[in-house]
Design a binder for this molecule. Structure first.
Ligand code: FMN
Length: 305
């Protein structure tokens, strides 16, 4: 997820059982232009052995060039290439990238073919239910014919953005229409909804986005639900200690700028905690991870779940 799934957050998700974490989406154009910030997205975390790299772009030749570049740079640490054909953001679709490719399926197919021709690892595609109409089944077939190795569907249209409910039936329809592994995404918020997604759609795996923010232990919950084993929600102290780990790691990896980025994450760890308003304000004023640790541990005396 752009702005969130950096090396630090991915490491937390992995530690709680996430099987495959993806980089933030990376501009194919930015990489070929040697943009240093873009290249930073390819860094592996301390405990990360392999990563899935997500790219966006609309030019088949450039996609091939970038896949080659990434494969050379990451070698055995590259697990798969995922191509973003789902992003609804105006600044992305106005260039013909992200979900705009659902309006140009032939071009989408050529992009997958170009990536596949040079990729030493599987090429997957993340897409939506459609642009405005439901076109995901025909789109999935184009991607399959082009050689995609797996598909991930977020079943809302671009026009819907994030409104309304994810339409699980569309995932079932895509699964029934292709022979590829299909990963279901959208509105998974706990173990129960992950199991329901698998059962109702026949999909092969699930992808979690927003519900992992401030709750990276959701992967442990989902795995327990799938395995049918007991799961205990972390205590308040355990939750806050995950937030502390997040703060300490992001400071170690990114320095003071990391703490600015952390401001997006911290309130999410406090979601649903009564009396955490004053703590949020205090955390925003923290000068370093040591202060964040101090404020969070201090708060354990005053707040409850
Ligand atoms: C802030 C934000 C950033 C996102 N960035 C990406 C991204 O870079 N690549 C991607 O494929 N999807 C991205 N998504 C979409 C999610 O991966 C996911 O498809 C969507 O949020 C629905 O799943 P969820 O209900 O589990 O969040 C993003 C979503 C949000 C809210």
């Amino acid at each position: 997820m752009a702005g969130y799934t950096d090396v630090v957050f991915r490491a937390l998700c992995t530690s709680f059982g996430c099987d495959l974490c993806c980089t933030e989406m990376i501009s194919a154009k930015g990489l070929t232009f040697g943009n240093a910030k873009t290249a930073d997205y390819l860094a592996l975390g301390e405990d990360e052995d392999t990563i899935a790299v997500q790219l966006f772009g609309h030019e088949p030749d450039r996609m091939a060039e970038v896949v080659r570049l990434i494969a050379n740079r990451l070698g055995p640490h590259l697990r798969c290439i995922d191509i973003n054909m789902g992003c609804p953001a105006q600044k992305i679709v106005s260039n013909g990238d992200g979900s705009a490719l659902m309006r140009t399926p032939a071009l989408a197919g050529r992009i997958v073919e170009a990536a596949k021709a040079v990729s030493p690892v599987p090429v997957t595609v993340k897409f939506r239910k459609g642009w405005e109409e439901d076109t995901c089944v025909s789109f999935a077939k184009v991607l399959e014919s082009a050689g995609a190795d797996a598909l991930c569907l977020h079943p809302r249209t671009r026009v819907q953005q994030y409104r309304g409910e994810a339409d699980r039936s569309a995932i079932g329809e895509v699964k029934a229409a292709v022979r590829l592994p299909v990963i279901g995404n959208g509105d998974i918020t706990n173990g129960e909804s992950a199991v329901a997604m698998l059962r109702e759609t026949g999909c092969d795996g699930v992808m979690v986005g927003r519900a992992a923010l401030g709750r990276p232990w959701i992967f442990r919950e989902i795995k327990a639900a799938i395995a049918g084993t007991p799961y205990t929600e972390p205590t308040l102290s355990e939750r806050l200690n995950v937030a502390i780990r997040h703060a300490e790691r992001i400071e170690a990896v990114k320095g003071p700028h990391g703490l600015v980025e952390l401001r997006k994450h911290l309130p999410r760890y406090l979601h649903g905690i009564r009396g955490s308003g004053a703590l949020r304000t205090r955390l925003n004023e923290a000068k370093n991870a040591a202060e964040i640790r101090e404020f969070l541990l201090d708060s354990l005396r005053n707040i409850t779940i």
